[in-house]
Design a protein around this ligand. Sequence first.
Ligand code: ZN
Length: 348
Amino acid sequence: MRLSRVLTVALISLVAGILLSFPNLLHAAAITDYRPVSIPCRDARGALQLAIRSCLCDGIPHYLLVNPATLATTLEPVTATGPAPADAAQKLAASLLAALLQRTAAPPVSLQNHGITHATRPGAGKILTVDLCPSRRPMETGMFRALTDLARASGKPTPVAIAITGAWLASHPEELGWLKEQERRGLLAITWVNHSLTHRYDPAVPLAQNFLLMPGTDQQQEVLANEVKMLEQGLVPSPFFRFPGLVGDEKLVALLRRLSLIPLGADAWLAKGEIPYPGSIILVHGNGNEPPGISRLMPLITGTHPVSLIPLAEALTGPHQRPVELPAKPASLPAEPTPAPPLVQKNP
Ligand SMILES: [Zn+2]
């Protein structure tokens, strides 16, 4: 009897230990019936939201909501939302989300680095983006620890956008758990960016047939299945998407538009020697595959005068374009021509 009690206590301790080691297991939810939608609605507080996905979360109908004014995303039960107000269409058309979707879907589309590459809001702050492409190496924990040190010094969470792949997520559960813990403790304010499910790459192939442009790639599956992986781990995808290798084309950009996603580039890929300016979107790899970028970042985020980092969405609030129409049809329908005129990006 006593022995069985000891064994029971030992077993409970073991299970608790495993769960504490992998905190993301505690939040795992089954996401099924995942579909792109475009449904204006109201959240429980009465704020206008755009549902961009519907799904079952542990069997219960949910929406992935984007606040069109702030770009904040939440996963909410459908029962927690209400019908959109009468002026929803006008408000959506005039929103920050609509402006960014239109701006980034407009031609011309460049093969590399298409999309948002710089803040639109004037100011000295910079945006840090960290890519977690597939990797067998450990995460750049020292860099992330420096970001949490910044939070301790400033008294507020350090903003960082993390572009994550399903392949990295599946192979680094402990490091993912650590990142989520820093978020929970208020040390990191993470914008979770979809960076595709598998991030296929062949160094021997030209860019125009590489990454998501590789023949035989199910592009929509690469986008949506990664969102499912993220949600199953408790990460709520933002309305941003970073192309693997920053490589895309018109068809891919049109797909993102139909999925209500904003392509996210960068104008300061540190490992390539690009210098960050005020408003720059900095790119480094946090997956251990590009140490020179981390070496160049560390002096910027440590020492007595670290750079000012601002959240991605905040950097994009500012004067924007005239009202535009949001995509009204689900992404499974054929692409429609984009009528938007070209809009000039504010690069340094
Ligand atoms: Zn990547």
